[in-house]
Design a protein. Structure first.
Length: 435
């Protein structure tokens, strides 16, 4: 099984003038949705207010590809994403003149402080889904990762190691790769154009339910389409309001501070460091020697919800800088950052449970792929596939609200219940965030 439908031909509907679906947002999620829809014979038009794809939340993504989540459907989505990143050129099927993003399979190591009685059950669940997970006590951690400073006391430090994890080197380039593949399949892109309204009318059939009719843009043009997908990242909540379709599970922008710079000590190191998630220290790092990044995992760091994702304070606090840099330097003595650049990104968070919402809505024809909560770059190429399956099923009369759609994932063959990502779910117990 592959991501290409059996009857797929590149650009088969390129001559057609009118789009039959509008995707709002050309981030990694919107571009992936456009690719999957175009491969099924739709003619998607992706509208983005930026001048290029991947300039929103995606641009500053750490793009860590890990599988540790507390719930099997999330592990299944992450694992399928991993398999896609491992065979990125084959998945895309086209060359991008700008170059191809690279998945660096350096492993992901989680460090957990104190007794962790539930860790074996978590590793077992991950392996049942197909994800590799190794448990390491303090002694084995020190032997396996000599680059890390593991103090002899406390000896309660535990590790969960994902040997197949890693990171994608350039998330904006990966998004451009998706765009090129989507265009080759017949999708079109409209940049520098903001969607200002999502239009609808009462359905002729029922006179009660509303049906989406398209969007209006900042240039005043109306674009008609029977399907509109919200992939607006941190603007997702605003776009739902434009569609007069707010969700019971609200999404909201959350500000995130980061530090990034070269780590000269790693440039000629004989072994790679894994991505490290140091839970007792409250930080994670992407171990790229040229763009070494440190971010927060600290539940004590304030959750910095933003009223407006376009007015986010760009200044990284001195306390953040001091705390994260000293934590990383103590754990990784060989990876001192040179002139770290402070950066501020924005997550689109599902406020109640930090899991994405991939669903239809009460407005017929209006779909959402939102609330990726700082963690779903990894699954974005698969999210496109899931959304296209959902759009098609609903078009064919499937009642997803009554019986959630089940999707067989092409590479891992896991069966994913889309009810897990429903807008109507009860909030899921959250796992915390590291990419
Ligand atoms: C700092 C940071 C670190 C992260 N680290 C990881 C990680 O390690 N691993 C991982 O898997 N995930 C990670 N994530 C999460 C991941 O990057 C996001 O889930 C993903 O990039 C979201 O993509 P998107 O396409 O939904 O949103 P975006 O990339 O934000 O795209 C939305 C697009 O919509 C456009 N838009 C918004 N409103 C409108 C409008 N009205 N009209 C037209 N266009 C509009 C925007 O311009 C934007 O281009 C991280 C995110 C951040 C911010």
């Amino acid at each position: 099984m592959s991501y290409l439908p059996a009857d797929f031909r590149h650009g088969r509907r390129r001559g057609q003038a009118k789009p039959d679906c509008v995707v709002v947002g050309a981030g990694v999620v919107g571009c992936s949705i456009a690719l999957a829809l175009a491969r099924r014979g739709y003619l998607p038009l992706v509208v983005d207010r930026a001048e290029d794809c991947g300039q929103g939340s995606t641009k500053l993504s750490t793009a860590v590809i890990r599988q540790r989540f507390l719930h099997a459907p999330a592990v299944a989505l992450a694992l399928e994403g991993l398999r896609v990143w491992q065979q990125w050129p084959e998945f895309l099927g086209v060359e991008d003149p700008r170059g191809m993003a690279l998945f660096r399979e350096v492993g992901v190591l989680w460090l957990l402080g104190g007794p962790a009685p539930r860790l074996p059950a978590l590793a077992h669940m991950m392996e049942t889904v197909g994800a590799k997970a190794e448990l390491l006590d303090a002694g084995r951690l020190a032997g396996r990762f000599p680059q890390l400073h593991i103090p002899e006391e406390p000896s309660t430090l535990n590790g969960l190691y994902e040997p197949e994890g890693g990171y994608v080197d350039d998330p904006a380039l990966a998004t451009h790769n998706l765009r090129v593949a989507a265009e080759a399949a017949g999708a079109r892109f409209l940049f520098g154009t903001r969607v200002t309204e999502v239009t609808s009318r009462f359905s002729a059939a029922t006179g009660v339910a509303r049906q989406v009719t398209g969007v209006v843009t900042s240039s005043g043009s109306a674009i008609s389409a029977p399907v509109v997908v919200n992939a607006g990242g941190p603007h997702s909540g605003q776009i739902n309001l434009m569609a007069r379709s707010p969700l019971a599970l609200a999404t909201a922008p959350v500000r995130q501070q980061l530090l990034e710079g070269p780590a000269p000590g790693l440039m000629h190191a004989p072994t790679h460091l894994p991505v490290l998630a140091d839970l007792p220290g409250g930080w994670y790092c992407k171990p790229d020697a040229h763009r070494f990044r440190v971010g927060s995992l600290d539940p004590r760091d304030e959750l910095d919800f933003q009223a407006d994702p376009d007015r986010v304070d760009p200044v990284v606090s001195a306390a953040f800088r001091k705390d994260k840099l000293s934590g990383a330097a103590a754990r990784l003595p060989g990876a001192k950052l040179r002139s770290p650049r402070p950066m501020v990104g924005v997550y689109d968070v599902t406020v109640a449970d930090w899991h994405p919402i991939l669903d239809r809505t009460d407005l017929d024809g209006y779909f959402v792929a939102v609330g990726t909560s700082g963690a779903w770059f990894k699954g974005a190429p698969v999210i496109g596939h899931l959304m296209a399956e959902l759009v098609e099923a609903v078009r064919d009369g499937f009642d997803h609200d009554r019986t959630p759609l089940l999707v067989r994932l092409p590479y891992t063959r896991n069966l994913l219940d889309l009810g897990f990502f429903s807008r109507r779910r009860s909030p899921i117990a959250a796992a915390g965030v590291l990419g």
